[in-house]
Design a protein around this ligand. Structure first.
Ligand code: ZN
Length: 65
């Protein structure tokens, strides 16, 4: 559909996550562990959970994304 700009394009399961390239875990941006991720290991990602899991990441046990 139209290429609308906006923070919440909402719909097909896409949302913001924070990936830790060091531990290979992913989090919700609101997770308390996110602030402990070093800048070089942090990857802000917008997409679906499946895409992230396909890349080999596992969901954080704390925020359970
Ligand atoms: Zn987390």
């Amino acid at each position: 559909m139209g290429g609308g700009a906006g923070p919440t394009a909402g719909g097909s399961g896409e949302r913001d996550y924070v990936l830790n390239k060091n531990t290979m875990k992913f989090h919700y941006p609101s997770c308390s562990s996110v602030k402990d991720i070093k800048e070089k290991n942090r990857w802000d990602y917008t997409g679906t959970r499946e895409e992230i899991i396909d890349m080999g990441y596992v969901p954080c046990k704390k925020c359970n994304p």
